[in-house]
Design a protein around this ligand. Structure first.
Ligand SMILES: Cc1cc2nc3c(=O)[nH]c(=O)nc-3n(C[C@H](O)[C@H](O)[C@H](O)COP(=O)(O)OP(=O)(O)OC[C@H]3O[C@@H](n4cnc5c(N)ncnc54)[C@H](O)[C@@H]3O)c2cc1C
Length: 430
């Protein structure tokens, strides 16, 4: 039970866990029945979040053992082991001309899919989670499960139907609190070329771009990063003429740019890096960070005041690595009924996230960064009522508030599920 590969997240990588578990599902189930101490047991799929390993706790590392990629005959479905990264999944599917919508980076693992999975393609293809058709794994109580998407989740016929629907809903968006998912079956999409326009811009141009994007009803989505500079990053399908036109109209509307480029790529496996235009001087040294993600419907009239608040936050950031970014969702992701998954903010069209950064070992720097993160989170909550729990923070003071904002009136249902599926609190608390 030794650590066999570095973690992508430096904060988790620098921690001193009690140890590493790499068992198969049956051994894990037996281990859970015998009792794992201390709890919570942490889970690592891609190892990109700050909470996949921590001082004094065990981490179940899925990366070595759960690596299968099984594409069915017509390539419309794929089963992936929970230890694969999104880059590995795309690489496997590419050979069959298929893909799944992934995020702005292909580095994350299956935590991306299980916690929602907001993609630049979400507006036309839905969340990554909306492609899940089957899940295998081990509940926090040690029971092994193998679930398929309920045929008609809306009809609540028998008690066992109801129970399956609840479990399904819980796993899609709240799995980290309930179970260890070891394999995911997903519907795939046809691999199609993308047009991507990237540019730097000023604060006024950011406001104009957000206002324009809020009116879009095609495949285009706007992403942006605010650091030393502001980077705008628009993605759409290259064969969607309305979206390409909207992209060109936006470019004209915004006028001159210091740097601006349009590229056509074969798919998300070839998308350019997001965020590199936002900083001319990269932060150096070993850096730690924490990220909080929020969800919001259209900002509309609130936009000027939001931009002013963001500007104030950015002017007072404690470290040059601290930044605020956002990606656009909505469209197809808004068509999935709220009662179907634990991603309840189906009216959201913006997912802004705040990254608070400090130099590893600088305790004062950490405190300032976390204070800034919590202040930014507080401020953003006025504009973004929801939370996207893509990163969990049981170790920070905002954890309970984040749970409330993420799950709202579905939280009691989740707590009931936790009571049955993880009664001894093996996994992080709800
Ligand atoms: C560079 C980068 C780009 C990103 N871009 C996007 C983006 O475009 N859109 C977006 O929505 N998010 C994005 N994210 C956020 C990312 O998707 C989430 O943080 C996600 O939870 C990371 O999953 P992971 O498997 O890589 O990380 P991990 O740290 O291994 O896991 C994250 C959390 O999920 C839980 N978990 C992981 N796997 C399982 C499992 N199999 N069973 C039960 N619980 C599990 C863990 O307990 C952990 O708390 C990005 C993150 C990074 C680092």
């Amino acid at each position: 039970m030794t650590k066999h590969a570095a973690l992508w997240n430096p904060l988790a990588d620098d921690s001193h866990p009690a140890g590493w578990i790499t068992s198969d599902a049956i051994t894990l189930s037996n281990l859970i029945h015998q009792g794992v101490q201390p709890t919570p047991l942490l889970v690592c799929s891609g190892g990109t979040s700050s909470r996949c390993a921590a001082d004094g706790l065990w981490t179940l590392d899925l990366r070595a053992r759960y690596r299968q990629l099984i594409i069915n005959e017509d390539a419309e479905e794929v089963e992936i082991g929970a230890g694969l990264s999104m880059a590995e999944v795309l690489e496997g599917l590419q050979t069959r001309g298929r893909a799944i919508p992934v995020g702005l980076s292909t580095i994350p693992g299956c935590g991306f899919v299980l916690t929602g999975g907001v993609s630049p393609l979400t507006r036309s293809q839905g969340l990554a989670m909306d492609h899940i058709v089957g899940l295998r794994g081990v509940w926090g109580n040690g029971d092994i499960f193998d679930l398929s998407e309920p045929v008609n989740p809306a009809s609540t016929g028998t008690d066992s139907n109801n129970e399956t629907h609840h479990q399904w809903r819980g796993l899609l968006g709240a799995a980290p609190f309930l179970a260890v998912v070891t394999a995911i079956r997903l519907r795939t999409q046809k691999l199609a070329p993308l047009a991507i326009w990237r540019s730097t811009g000023n604060i006024q141009q950011l406001a104009v771009a957000i206002e324009a994007a809020e009116q879009w009803n095609h495949s285009a989505s706007l992403q942006w990063v605010w650091n030393e500079n502001i980077e705008l990053f628009v993605t759409c399908f290259a064969d969607d003429p309305d979206a390409v036109k909207a992209m060109e109209t936006l470019e004209k509307l915004l006028g001159d740019f210091a740097q601006s480029s349009m590229t056509i790529v074969a798919g998300q496996h070839a998308q350019p890096p997001f965020g590199t235009l936002a900083r001319s001087t990269p932060a150096t040294g070993r850096l730690h960070n924490e990220v909080i993600s929020r969800l919001a419907p259209a900002w509309g009239q609130q936009l000027p005041s939001l931009i002013a608040d963001l500007n104030e936050l950015m002017r007072n950031r404690p470290h040059i690595g601290c930044q605020i970014s956002a990606q656009q969702l909505g469209g197809v992701s808004a068509q999935v009924p709220v009662s179907r998954t634990s991603f309840i903010h189906r009216d959201a069209i913006w997912k802004p996230w705040v990254s608070a950064t400090w130099t590893a070992g600088d305790e004062k720097g950490r405190k300032s960064a976390i204070d800034w993160l919590l202040r930014a989170n507080n401020l953003l909550s006025n504009y973004c009522p929801g939370v996207h729990l893509a990163q969990i923070h049981p170790h920070l003071s905002c954890h309970n508030e984040e749970l409330n904002d993420a799950f709202q009136n579905w939280l009691p249902g989740l707590n009931q599920l936790k009571y049955h599926q993880d009664p001894h609190g093996l996994l992080p608390p709800l």
